[in-house]
Design a protein around this ligand. Sequence first.
Ligand code: GCO
Length: 462
Amino acid sequence: LSNYTFPPDFRFGVATASYQIEGAWNTDGKGESIWDRMTHQHPDFFFNGDVAADSYHLYKEDVRALKELGVGVYRFSISWPRILPTGDVDVVNKLGIAYYNNLINELLANGIEPMVTMYHWDLPQALQDIGGWPNQVIADYFEEYARVLFTHFGDRVKLWLTFNEPLSFCAGYGEWRAGAPGIDAHGIGDYMSAHTVLHAHARVYHLYDNVFRKKQKGQIGITLDSEWADPFDGTVESKEAAERELQFQLGWFAHPIFSSEGDYPRVMKERILNNSLKEGRTRSRKEVKYVQGTSDFFGLNHYTTNLARSGAVGETPSLIRDAGVQMILDPSWPSSASAWLKVVPWGFRKLLVWIAKEYNNPPVYVTENGFSDHGELRDTNRTKYITSYLSELLKAIHEDGCNVIGYTAWSLIDNYEWMSGYTEKFGMYYVNYSDPARPRVPKDSSRVMAEIIRTRQLPQQY
Ligand code: GCO
């Protein structure tokens, strides 16, 4: 492990998300979200987050754990339908506002800075009923929702993220979309959704920049997820496939916002034009300019690496077919409890260097990185994962000059892992889901993390 020291202003934190921890799905005026609807409609296919870790009632337990870790930042998301139950800005749920005020005040009272994700996948069902993200009008609703958040919480919240992983909720890379019954497999709708999400993100950035920033003095960004893609073999085809995969997976949303050129990556527009959409989903010059530069930092979720080689996947027009890349997991790499998550620390450094080169070394906030297991309290594998990934992050900073300014690990507590329910545990604190009191129990990794935060160096024994 590298024995570099974390820069003095480097921020440490942990991350969670509303649907994955809060529970209280229909309590105190909260409206239905698309995840409530989907999990209740398909109980055979999905677990649900009806109670989850019950953070709605136990948020003080969460803050106690945060205090024990010694984090400076806590990244959590606000449930849109808990604030606006119908999506209509005239129907504000006061008890929802009160919950997040209590959480924010409890954090500040313990010297912890809130980082708020405005949207972590729990769209009000009422907005899905008018078409959801493929319907451009949702951008209006999102801007109105953001204005409510800035108005009520902007005096104390100085770190905002508009969206968590638009790729995962717009497109078919998230397995939970492709296979779930009654949910269309990825396809043309994804390009429409991406259009709406990018425009909605820019609308909220400009709203903050023009109306709130002067008084509230905060920063606003977006969180994009990306695995590293390494060529399957030494052929030119595999090298091109790996680069294409990064442009489709990360460039799709990063290029319009962070690149000096703007718009979608060229290779995407060419291949989409040839494969599935005649208009290639490009944007007008005016819209390209409107979206460019709309983020104060680059939020990055990263977990693992895949190998890439050429190959059209599937016949129907889709993001994966347009990319023409086959992703392969190397079975020799150490595994986690999640089939998609292999432990490949060096891929993290390569991705950070790629982002620095591609987007002129933007300030990068690693907003998620973590390991899943089956809930062991002696979670040595998680400690090995976190320390080895942080070791690569330190090399990216000290040897490659990458401008990484913070790291919030996924996750504080074992929580609802989407399609996998409660079977894959990502927490540094264990939650016993058969105990209605949902106690938060520290795992070994929490003590190691607390030590790293205190000493700002990595322990060398792992
Ligand atoms: C994501 C989401 C998190 C997941 C975490 C583990 O990145 O998919 O932001 O909600 O729970 O990544 O899969």
